[in-house]
Write a protein of this length. Structure first.
Length: 572
């Protein structure tokens, strides 16, 4: 048997090489392990730090790179995240007379020729004034906010002294939409008017400007409100209009509009036209829209118990004046009939029986004696009768005269009247359900329930018929009041308003529309009163915004007003 072949011996050098390779591999693995452990330790420390900051209610500090990437001013959005105001890259036109050196003319061509060429690019500039500005040799801005295509045309002029620096500008992508709510920004001065002013510190804070601020507005509802207001204003040749859509349970403003509007994109240090906000800053005698509030206060006080009671509807002599109705309505009226026919005389008698002190207290509870509750800086002071009210003051306030308030005052009061009796301040900030204020009770729940019936009845059978929209169960009251002027009321100048809520079987939103000095036109059947001017705006608006707000039309549902219908229809 042959002997086994001998195993060749491994050379000593190769053994050393294998051992060295194994040692290096182990060392490499050991180092990788330590590096991994190091990364894990750093990650753990970072997580612990973030968790500790979160528990303390703080945000982790941003690095300088993160700071540089943030916009110089925070973004404002609507309640659904649609941008309303944001930082936007823009160009400017700057004149640098030293761009070509200290000696000689800063321009290749004459100032007059350059001004002529700039006029071709920017038709609105004053050519002579621009020529003088260029000839002065004074450095500075020639124009802010120029478009990229305009910047290219300026560059093509070949004038080195005309520089086009790129800057960050405040831009309002929705144009004039909600201008009175937003306000505008002035370079180096901050926010002016509106929420730009209110939120100025927060929007400028480096720790917060990366987080958008959500307002309560819904741009879809805002757009529809402005569109219908504009249509109503133009149809009646009115000088202005105002409107608000308010959530009755939270006080959130879903839309707020004042016309005519302004464009915040072109407003600057010199301001802008039409910045007056008729919703919050304008105060008006809002006429018969106050009658339901008077009836509600009288019901709460026990003055109105039996809705079938007949009240004297004859003219009311009070001192040197006599309160009358616009047209004869019969010898007597019950309260439902008085609201349907908008009787001044019966409402005045209800207020008289309620008494000046209790009427004044009701108006104070509704906030009518102070500026409206809202974040905006422009808030008009009501013309609230001072001191102890006289009998005539009490009676005239009862039907909406002698007390001037803003449309926002009226909207908040109607919200309380239909939501179960709870008054809450209005807000332009989007609220979490947990942050909705508790409010204060101003009407009994039973009173609120009755008033919902009567407001619905007015829209079905009274002066608010033109506001009714099938399936939306709208209820509301018209108001037409002459504007006060030097020497008394101006019979040719009306403020027409309609205050409404929907759906009246379970109210969710109040809508108030005011038309300032409407004229009798073909579109309004040559009438100026609210039934022909303000109420139709609501009738067109609600079907547009209802589905956006989660309110679908349902003609199978409605408020049960059968007992009131009997009282309205029965013979007197």
């Amino acid at each position: 048997m042959a002997a086994p072949a001998a195993v060749p011996a491994i050379p000593a050098g190769r053994v050393r090489s294998i051992n060295l390779r194994a040692q290096l591999l182990w060392t490499a693995r050991f180092r990788v392990l330590w590096i991994a452990l190091g990364f894990a330790l750093v990650t753990l420390i970072a997580l612990v730090r973030i968790a500790s900051l979160a528990m303390a209610g703080q945000a982790p500090e941003r690095t300088s790179l993160e700071e540089a990437l943030l916009p110089p001013r925070g973004e404002i959005t609507d309640r659904n995240g649609v941008p309303l105001a944001r930082a936007f890259p823009a160009y400017a036109l700057w004149f640098d007379p030293k761009a070509m050196g200290d000696e000689g003319s800063p321009l290749v061509r004459s100032p007059e020729q350059v001004a002529r060429e700039l006029k071709a690019i920017f038709p609105d500039i004053d050519e002579a004034r621009m020529a003088r500005r260029l000839a002065s040799g004074r450095a500075g801005y020639l124009r802010r906010r120029i478009l990229p295509e305009e910047a290219n045309r300026v560059f093509a002029l070949g004038e080195v002294a005309l520089e086009i620096p790129r800057e960050t500008d405040r831009h309002y992508p929705q144009g004039t939409l909600a201008a009175h709510v937003l306000g505008y920004v002035v370079e180096d001065e901050g926010g002016k008017l509106g929420m730009e002013q209110v939120l100025d510190a927060r929007l400028s804070d480096p720790a917060k400007r990366g987080e958008p601020v959500a307002l309560s507005l819904d741009v879809r509802v805002q757009g529809a409100l402005e569109d219908e207001l504009r249509r109503g204003m133009l149809a009646t040749n009115a000088i202005g209009a105002a409107g608000i859509v308010l959530d009755v349970d939270s006080g959130e403003v879903m839309a707020m509009a004042s016309l005519p509007e302004f464009d915040p994109n072109v407003a600057g240090a010199s301001g802008a036209k039409n910045v007056f906000n008729r919703v919050t800053n304008g105060v008006y005698e809002l006429g018969s829209t106050f009658k339901p509030l008077t009836v509600a206060a009288a019901m709460d006080a026990g003055v109105v118990r039996d809705l079938g009671r007949h009240w004297n509807a004859a003219p009311v002599p009070v001192g040197s004046r006599t309160i009358k109705d616009s047209h004869p309505m019969g010898a007597t009226l019950n309260v439902p009939q008085a609201l349907v026919h908008s009787s001044n005389t019966v409402t005045a008698r209800v207020a008289d029986e309620l008494g000046p002190e209790r009427m004044r207290r009701a108006m104070v509870d509704l906030g009518m004696d102070r500026r409206p509750f809202i974040e905006l800086p422009a808030r008009g002071k009501p013309l609230f009768p001072a001191g102890k009210w006289s009998r005539v003051t009490n009676m005239t306030v009862g039907f909406g005269h002698g007390l001037a308030v803003s449309p926002l005052h009226l909207a908040s009061a109607y919200a309380a009247m239909v939501n179960g009796g709870i008054w809450r301040p209005a807000t332009l900030m989007k609220l979490d359900p947990a942050d909705v204020p508790r409010g204060r009770r101003v009407f009994k729940e039973s009173t609120s329930s009755r008033m919902r019936q009567m407001l619905r009845m007015i829209s079905l059978y009274g002066t608010g018929r033109s506001a009714d929209a099938p399936g939306y169960r709208i209820g509301g009251k018209t108001g037409s009041a002459e504007k006060a002027g030097v020497g008394g009321y101006r019979k040719t100048s009306l403020v027409s308003s309609f205050a409404a809520a929907f759906p009246m079987d379970a109210p969710r939103y109040v809508v108030v529309v005011v038309v300032d000095e409407p004229k009798g036109t073909i579109a309004s059947s040559f009438q100026r009163t609210a039934a022909f001017t303000a109420a139709p705006v609501v009738g067109r608006l609600v079907p547009r915004i209802g589905p956006m707000l989660g309110v679908q039309p349902d003609e199978r549902r409605d408020v049960d007003i059968s007992d009131l219908r009997y009282l309205v229809d029965k013979s007197e």
